[in-house]
Write a protein that binds this ligand. Structure first.
Ligand code: BJW
Ligand code: ZN
Length: 256
């Protein structure tokens, strides 16, 4: 597996430069260089926890304290991290293209901190909590004490993320489907492409005629079907791609 080189990146930039609509799907790998652990790597977030112990509604029903401890620990770590060059490059891509839809599986909010607008969050947001009984929902970058309860009805609050076996938020899914239907190219960045339905999205876009590019440090089930691959850290490749694009058409990207 060869690391992406400048020529490859420039070739891709020339292909993308004339496009009006591009979509990007990101996963945990894009936040890795900010110091946020991925889920399935050697140092993955599930280490010490089985996914079923912490990321399912059944786990929460069984032991909400364990699940809240897991999410509070992550909140604590996330308070200290910042967006990395890949997140900032994404925000620049959004200004470059007429339509640039950013779909993320990440719950960390780092794309927004880097200046990306209208982020489509497929798996929710770790800074959101919602009531298990009523409609109350709150958002705040803080660490919560123990098992928090709803101030309206007294029921237990839960993290505003999507666990295994739960449906994705309808509006996020609809917006993602619109983005996939209209994009001419799709960049798939830092995801192992094993969790559905996100893992099928590049395939859907490709069927509609989109040119699919995978950016990843390793192999995924998507690697063989992608139209192009840029192998290497997103924090290095993405800024280079943006620079190559901006030098292809220097007047674009600043007017939006
Ligand atoms: C770098 C890098 C660097 C590292 N640069 N790269 C069809 C078939 C089979 C199963 C299913 C199916 N449909 C649904 C399912 C079940 C299930 C599923 O997919 N299971 C599979 C695992 C088998 N899916 C669901 O349950 C989903 N719900 C659903 O489909 O509902 C249907 C329904 C309808 C109606 C009623 C009821 C149900 C929900 C999935 C929710 C996923 N939730 C999590 C937790 C979120 C909360 C939290 O954060 O705690 O989301 S799981 C976890 O995985 C998290 C992630 O968003 C998600 C994806 O992980 P990601 O981002 O790909 O990370 P990694 O670690 O796997 O990969 C990192 C990658 O980065 C690697 O490739 C590295 O190489 C790379 N990398 N550094 C570039 N610097
Ligand atoms: Zn409530």
């Amino acid at each position: 597996m060869l690391a992406a080189n400048r020529t490859q990146i420039e070739q891709l930039a020339r292909r993308l430069a004339g496009m009006r609509s591009v979509c990007c799907l990101t996963g945990a790998g894009i936040s890795a260089e900010s110091g946020v652990p991925t889920f399935r790597g050697a140092d993955g977030l599930w280490r010490g926890h089985r996914a079923e112990q912490v990321a399912t509604p059944e786990a929460f029903a069984r032991d909400s304290a364990l699940v809240w401890a897991f999410y509070n620990e992550r909140r604590q770590r996330l308070l200290k991290v910042k967006p990395n060059p890949a997140h900032f490059a994404c925000a620049r891509l959004q200004r470059y293209f007429e339509h640039f839809d950013l779909i993320t599986q990440n719950v960390d909010g780092l794309h927004q901190l880097a200046g990306c607008a209208d982020v489509i969050e497929l798996h929710g947001n770790i800074w959101t909590v919602r009531c298990t009984e009523c409609a109350r929902q709150m958002h705040g970058r803080c660490v919560l004490d123990g098992d928090p309860v709803c101030t309206d009805c007294g029921a237990l609050l839960r993290p505003g993320v999507v666990w295994f076996g739960e449906p994705l938020p309808t509006s996020a899914l609809q917006r993602a489907q619109q983005a996939l239907a209209r994009c001419q190219a799709m960049l798939v960045v830092g995801t192992s492409s094993v969790v559905q339905p996100a893992a099928s999205m590049a395939g859907w876009a490709q069927q509609q005629g989109a040119f699919v590019v995978e950016v990843n440090i390793g192999n995924t089930p998507q690697s063989d079907t992608a139209d192009a691959r840029l192998v290497g850290p997103a924090g290095v490749i993405f800024p280079q791609l943006v620079e190559a694009l901006e030098s292809t058409q220097p007047n674009r990207g600043r007017q939006h």
